[in-house]
Design a protein around this ligand. Structure first.
Ligand code: HEM
Length: 133
């Protein structure tokens, strides 16, 4: 049994959407997300010291909170690497970071710049108008 066959995907491996993860929610195929990283826990179900029930409950979902709530040991965290298969797609994964950053950019910079431009033009127009009359 080659334990490397599925687990050892390279760091920053392929991207998956949360929808793709959500399809793997059974004992035949069980994926879960912890801190934005996707893990295939299918072959870990039998071995999990906390039992397969809890893993199946979280399969297909973002299990970050439940994983952290348990207070898993450093050993447990190191074990994660064995089951790592990829990351949640940064744009389509359901985390709004990217959009949030863009919205932030527009509201912080472009709106004030545009406002200043309009005021500048109005001022100029007013001054010219004042001179010509
Ligand atoms: C790939 C993901 C996971 C790995 C590698 C993993 C690994 C482990 C390990 C090694 C332990 C033994 C205790 C320790 O060393 O901390 C453990 C216990 C446990 N795990 Fe996980 N776990 C995973 C995901 C989860 C998830 C998603 C849950 C959801 C609730 C969970 C719930 C538990 C529970 C309830 C225990 C028993 C704690 C106890 O008896 O004190 N685990 N896990």
């Amino acid at each position: 049994m080659g334990s490397e066959q599925l687990g050892a995907a390279p760091e920053g491996g392929p991207f998956f959407t949360l929808a793709e993860v959500a399809k793997r929610n059974s004992s035949r195929e069980a994926w879960l997300v912890i801190h934005g990283r996707v893990y295939d826990v299918g072959r870990f179900l039998d071995e999990h010291p906390g039992g397969e029930e809890v893993l199946l409950e979280q399969a297909g979902r973002d299990a970050t909170e439940s994983f952290e709530d348990v207070g898993h040991s450093t050993d447990a965290r190191e074990m994660l690497e064995e089951y790592f298969i990829g990351e949640v797609h940064p744009q389509r994964g359901g985390q709004e970071d990217e959009n949030g950053i863009q919205a932030h950019f527009w509201s912080t910079w472009l709106i004030p710049i545009f406002g200043a431009l309009v005021i500048g033009l109005m001022y100029r127009y007013y001054m010219l108008d004042g001179k010509s009359s």
